[in-house]
Design a protein around this ligand. Sequence first.
Ligand SMILES: Nc1ncnc2c1ncn2[C@@H]1O[C@H](COP(=O)(O)OP(=O)(O)OP(=O)(O)O)[C@@H](O)[C@H]1O
Length: 318
Amino acid sequence: MTEALPALQVRELRTRYGSREVLQGLDLHVAKGEIFGLLGPNGAGKTTLIRTIAGRIRPIGGSVAIMGQPVSRQSLGRVGLVPQEIALYPHLTAQENLEVFGRLSGLSRAETDDAVRWASRASNIQARLGERVEYLSGGWKRRVNIAAAILHRPDLLILDEPTVGVDVDARNGLHEVIKELSHVGMGVLLATHDLDQAELLCSRVGFLRNGVIAPHGSPRTLIFAAFGNQREIIVELRASPTAPQGEALRRAGFSPSNGNLNWSMLGQGNERTVQDLTDALERSGLLTREIRLREPGLDSLFLRLSRDDSAARQGEAA
Ligand SMILES: Nc1ncnc2c1ncn2[C@@H]1O[C@H](COP(=O)(O)OP(=O)(O)OP(=O)(O)O)[C@@H](O)[C@H]1O
């Protein structure tokens, strides 16, 4: 019966600080066994949403249900929260940390032993259990942080930026852990700025903007809905364009995407386009380092939504 219930169901949620409404009627559901990526620019309200789900902020409207139950001490017992900061005792070993958290959460000694065994296997930290946390690398600390959050085998696991500041190998290791936890049936809500990560890991993603989540859906579906079969044409320059050269790039349909050395546009690009473009740019005196075509990704969509939002804000201000 409970299998059919979503791990998390949020309806019409409204949260505000003072007179500023940060969440403005937000809807979201996360099924058991799925990884949902919560995306959005800085200050959009991701942490506010997580804190509201975790019962730390009282909403002014709407509802949050965890496995069908409204937020309460009991239903929050089915949530595991992995905060952005490492919340471990540095002088204790990984094992000792997990034991302390197990006992603090009310488990008996035998239950704690069981839970520590299960959580350390699920987060793949057995090899490091005997090491003091202060000597572990960032990636291993984050895994221990996850192990601490899943000791009670939650139905919903919330991760706030779990891979910030870790290297590529550690990030991939964390991805495996998160996937494994979804396979054992946890619903995972993953707040991240790492759009590659979201595209690789999440069955669905949603963009938190203007207080609601829109658009949302599978990464493939969202990208196709926005860009169809278009490709992204990316030009990397060796030197900044002069003002007239920048103007010419804009007229050709390019926008600067990351400083003024990188420009991109969408189009029906092919190898011929690249050759023609290289010739045209060289004739106009622009020195190119690279011109390439790529499939649009969630990063392209994020950029487009940010541009739409800032155009809308400028329109409102005018
Ligand atoms: N305690 C608070 N009191 C007043 N305003 C707050 C408080 N916490 C956050 N805010 C504001 O609410 C908005 C949403 O903040 P929040 O931290 O939830 O965003 P976020 O999407 O998590 O950002 P980031 O990606 O930078 O972590 C921001 O404008 C922020 O300044």
